[in-house]
Write a new protein. Structure first.
Length: 367
């Protein structure tokens, strides 16, 4: 059995999403490019999310209402109950859709803030419109950083019962700054394939399970997607069934210590520099922990001598390459030390708020 699939944007998206979840309306497509979209999808599919992932290759993730609502229920339990949400993320991405699904499950009206016009002043105005005893919002680190630059916005954030923070690695200094201002931050981990965040502060929520297989993080539970729309080969590569349990292969590397999951980077972000393996994710995490480098992005650049080398891209000035190389070398080995620092006026971002690593890598290679 099938159901219609419609690409819906603007003010019509929220009611269309609710109708898709309860089965009274077509499935909805959430993405920036609807070209080649099929007219129908399997009956179980309620939402199709287009995501580039970390590779830059578009993929369309098919999600059921059951998976999305299971995610909302797990989040509600982890957060202490149903509440009202401030939406500050694009609805073309799973994090923004999640806010709307949680709102529908809680039977509350979200306060909408256009992410394209995101400013501290507009956030404060939107936060003032919340009227529920429990108040939540979901942000990416770049947004949190901007809000902490404003005393009024930081004070508004401190009145939220929880601020979910996901989408990319969070610098330790940013978390510390938020905590010092009385802001209750929970780091989330997940993807479109898991209906969004399903691990809070390293601990799986709801019925989600996490395991490591050859260093790769794999996730299981009722939040998993049906697969990739019209792409059975990619679906079979990403999802596997073992002993009756369905698992999603995240492609992320991690460690589990005392039941707490830590993501150390992408399995495909490991480069060979001078014959030795270097995890760009580990280098970036370390670099971001250094003063003034919270926005840094680490990518690979070709090197005639070493094959590939890490390069730090940042808006920060006054950072000495020698000091940076010494800090990274002491922690991760001399082979992991960045070859250079590229200073930019602004880090290129996707509409989701994540760094546009494809564009950054191309720029570094061309420069």
């Amino acid at each position: 059995m099938t159901r219609p699939l419609r690409a819906i944007t603007g003010e019509d998206f929220v009611p269309a999403l609710r109708a898709a979840l309860d089965g009274s309306g077509p499935a909805v497509f959430a993405g920036l490019a609807a070209e080649g979209l099929p007219a129908e999808v399997a009956r179980r599919v309620s939402v199709v999310v287009q995501s580039s992932g970390s590779s830059g290759h578009p993929k369309r993730v098919a999600l059921s209402a059951d998976a999305l609502l299971a995610s909302a229920a797990a989040s509600e339990s982890a957060l202490g109950g149903p509440g009202q949400w401030l939406l500050a993320l694009p609805t073309e991405y799973i994090a923004g859709i999640n806010v709307l699904v949680r709102s529908a499950a809680a039977d509350t009206e979200p306060v909408m803030l256009d992410p394209a016009g995101f400013t501290a002043e507009r956030f404060v105005e939107a936060a003032a419109r919340l009227d529920h005893p429990l108040r939540f919002t979901s942000l990416v680190p770049t947004q949190l950083h901007r809000l902490l630059e404003s005393d009024a916005a930081a004070a508004a954030l401190a009145r939220f019962d929880r601020v979910l923070l996901g989408g990319q690695a969070t610098p330790a200094a940013l978390l510390s700054a938020a905590t010092e201002r009385g802001i209750r931050v929970t780091r989330t981990y997940g993807s479109s394939e898991t209906s969004g965040g399903c691990v809070y502060d390293g601990v799986p929520i709801g019925s989600t399970e996490a395991r490591l297989v050859d260093g790769e993080i794999q996730l299981a539970g009722p939040v998993l997607a049906e697969g990739y729309l019209d792409d059975p080969e990619r679906t079979d590569a990403a999802f596997l069934v073992e002993a009756g349990q369905r698992w999603y292969r995240t492609g992320d590397a991690g460690v589990i210590t005392g039941g707490v999951l830590s993501v150390t980077g992408r399995l495909d972000d490991v480069i060979i520099s001078g014959g030795l393996k270097v995890s760009l994710g580990e280098v970036e995490t370390l670099v971001r922990s250094l003063p003034g480098l919270g926005d840094a992005v680490v990518v690979a650049a070709p090197s005639a001598e070493w094959g590939e080398t890490p390069v730090v891209v940042t808006t920060a000035g006054g950072v000495a390459l020698e000091d940076l190389r010494a800090a990274v070398g002491a922690a991760l080995g001399r082979h992991a030390a960045p070859a250079r620092i590229v200073r930019v006026a602004g880090i290129p971002l996707l509409s989701s708020g994540k760094p546009d690593r494809v564009a950054i890598t191309r720029s570094v290679a061309a420069g």
